[in-house]
Design a protein around this ligand. Structure first.
Ligand code: FRU
Length: 612
């Protein structure tokens, strides 16, 4: 299956002159086998793309790209062994007119060169002037951001400038599993439609490009230009160090700071997140001291010199996994004049339902030190932002307009992200969300995460409207749209004051279903995906996740976003959130609502199709 529509087709297959060692190769490509696990692929003087054949289940081959005899870059690719699942483009344009050799070391043990020459990849290397992506994955979301091809994990480095939302992300351009970490880049003017841009920051001699953040240097404190976009990221090789890069073209291309790294520590630390502190007039930065399960706080006048000020987290919150991808920002508390700081500490594993999750702390920040609020017992409580399994590495956009705190997460979980049933791309982002703070009935302050207001523009035809209906144990059933993979938005207000629980079941005629159950006595909402469709690719996938609803009056207003492989449930304006992947073999076409332990009432049920 070749996933790209190569414009240059009908390539003549030629036999290389070195008949003894060489294999078949397409025009412009020479392949020399040097031994059981070493092959040279030459593409001298070419422009365009070398299409590299990938088999998702193969082991990585190490490829040194030699340009005029020097190693220009090293990439790792799961070169096709028994079959080609898809091809990935390697951009030759930076090396146009030069001698380019891919010096390939394949890992698989072969007994002879003859056997090594049988690998499927050698017949499928091709040159292409252009390539176009044609989606081949039925589970590719219709209205969530995904990379056009290849693997994606954390969103990072996001900023808003001149009407454009910039989203960068951890990306493997050469395969659909984690590798070759590069900052991919997509932009949007409406938080719905995303356009993939050229990769922004690529690995170098200091390492792969792990997560980090971007700020706009309005006052040119770094001396890299007024309003330059400055990225601080982790260079990851044997160790993890922090490096800087600047963009003077609004984040399209970055120039790495020649004196990198700007910060080194003696232990694993990553994912720097910086912001300008108006009150202290300096830059602040949080860095995940991953294996020490804490966050470190730094200050800087110029983004290049960083001074350690304090640490938070040792022994606090969930300590089960590594601490990663921090964020720190201030928000008003709804219904009061108070403001509080939110410290985001993504952790993996250790999430409430296994694997990855977004943990946060509420507290105060004085520019140097974070002090977390305690509960009535004097302890610092562990709080979770999303009670589904598939929202990780969530961080916010810097410089978002109107004091918004807009966030987005990686809609997957390290437990099974590499095994989900997609191939051409792996992983989508969550929908963009707006964060807020509210005081819950237990007296404590919690974070809310509501769908970004822009998402209302997704609503297409209204398929159903029910003003109000009594619900009892006999399910009331409503049709969901079947077209376009069943994508829709469902809104409904639940009143369960006279019932114990109310269930919403979304199902298809293959008996696959997701069951949401609101328990108004326990004040919880649960999401059962154990029978949601394809669930057997990982033991950790089938699950029932349960969220506190943070209400005391038996009312829950739901907004449910259904895309081709996900369901995001928001209760009471984002006070209760669950994000879960689902892989139904057919769209869910029916919504059945029933009540248990008494009668309930629904009102304002609205089902919308989604604009194409
Ligand atoms: C989180 C993470 C980060 C790191 C990145 C590497 O998912 O482990 O800590 O920067 O992924 O891709």
């Amino acid at each position: 299956m070749n996933l790209f529509n190569n414009c240059i087709k009908a390539m003549t297959v030629i036999v290389s002159a070195f008949a003894g060692q060489a294999a078949f190769a397409a025009d412009g490509i020479t392949i020399d086998h040097l031994g059981v696990n070493n092959t040279l692929v030459r593409v001298d003087g070419q422009d365009g793309y070398l299409m590299i054949p990938v088999q998702d289940s193969a082991d990585d081959a190490k490829i040194d790209v030699l340009v005029d005899g020097r190693t220009a870059e090293t990439i790792y690719v799961r070169l096709a062994k028994s079959k080609t699942d898809f091809t990935v483009p390697f951009d030759l344009s930076p090396y146009k007119g030069k001698n380019v050799i891919f010096n390939i070391v394949t890992p698989q043990g072969r007994s002879s060169v003859r056997e090594a020459k049988e690998d499927a990849c050698w017949k499928s290397f091709e040159l292409s002037k252009k390539f176009k992506i044609k989606n081949t994955d039925k589970y590719r979301p219709a209205y969530h951001h995904t990379p056009l091809w290849g693997w994606m994990n954390d969103p990072n480095g996001m900023f808003y400038k001149d009407g454009t939302w910039h989203l960068y992300y951890q990306r493997n351009p050469y395969g659909s599993k984690w590798q070759n970490m590069t900052w991919g880049h997509s932009t949007s003017t409406d938080l719905i439609n995303w356009e993939q841009q050229p990769d922004a920051i690529r690995p170098d001699g200091l390492g792969a490009i792990f997560s980090g953040s971007c700020v706009i240097d309005h006052n040119n404190t770094a001396g890299m230009g007024k309003d330059a976009v400055i990225a601080l990221y982790t260079s990851a090789a044997t160790s993890q160090i922090q490096s800087l890069a600047a963009s003077n073209d609004n984040g399209t291309s970055f120039t790495k700071y020649a004196a990198n790294p700007v910060l080194t520590l003696e232990s694993e630390a990553r994912d720097p997140n910086m912001f300008w502190n108006q009150e202290t007039g300096e830059w602040n930065m949080v860095l995940a001291h991953a294996l020490d399960h804490e966050m470190l706080f730094f200050t800087s006048p110029d983004l290049k010199t960083w001074t350690l000020q304090s640490a938070f987290g040792k022994g606090e919150g969930c300590q089960d996994g590594v601490w990663e991808c921090p964020d720190l920002f201030e928000l008003p508390v709804e219904g009061s004049n108070d403001k509080k700081w939110v410290l985001i500490c993504n952790i993996n594993p250790g999430g409430p339902f296994g694997g990855s999750a977004v943990q946060y702390f509420i507290g105060d920040w004085n520019g140097k030190k974070f002090t977390a609020d305690t509960d009535l017992s004097g302890k610092i409580p562990t709080k979770w932002l999303d009670f589904g399994k598939d929202n990780y590495a969530l961080v916010s956009w810097s410089d978002a307009p109107g004091n918004r705190r807009t966030v987005i997460g990686w809609m997957s979980n390290w437990q099974y992200a590499a095994d989900v049933p997609t191939m051409q791309f792996r992983s989508a982002n969550t929908l963009p969300r707006e964060m807020g703070l509210f005081r819950a009935p237990d007296g404590q302050i919690y974070a809310s995460c509501a769908p970004a207001p822009e998402l209302e523009a997704l609503r297409g035809k209204q398929i159903k409207a029910v003003k109000t209906a009594k619900i009892n144990s006999k399910p009331k059933t409503y049709a969901l749209p079947a077209e376009n993979g069943g994508i829709c938005e469902i809104l409904v207000d639940l009143d369960t004051r006279k019932a114990k629980t109310i269930s919403l079941e979304m199902s298809n005629n293959a008996n696959e279903k997701v069951i949401l159950t609101y328990n108004s006595e326990a004040h919880t909402l649960s999401f059962d995906r154990t029978q949601s469709g394809i669930v057997d690719f990982s033991e950790s996938f089938p699950a029932v996740t349960t969220a506190p609803t943070f209400e005391a009056d038996g009312h829950l207003s739901l907004r449910i976003f259904v895309d081709r492989s996900s369901m995001e449930v928001f209760g009471n304006g984002g006070r209760c959130v669950m994000t879960n992947l689902v892989f139904p073999t057919k769209p869910y076409t029916s919504l059945s609502i029933s009540a248990q332990g008494g009668n309930a009432r629904i009102s304002n049920l609205k089902i919308y199709g989604i604009h194409n």
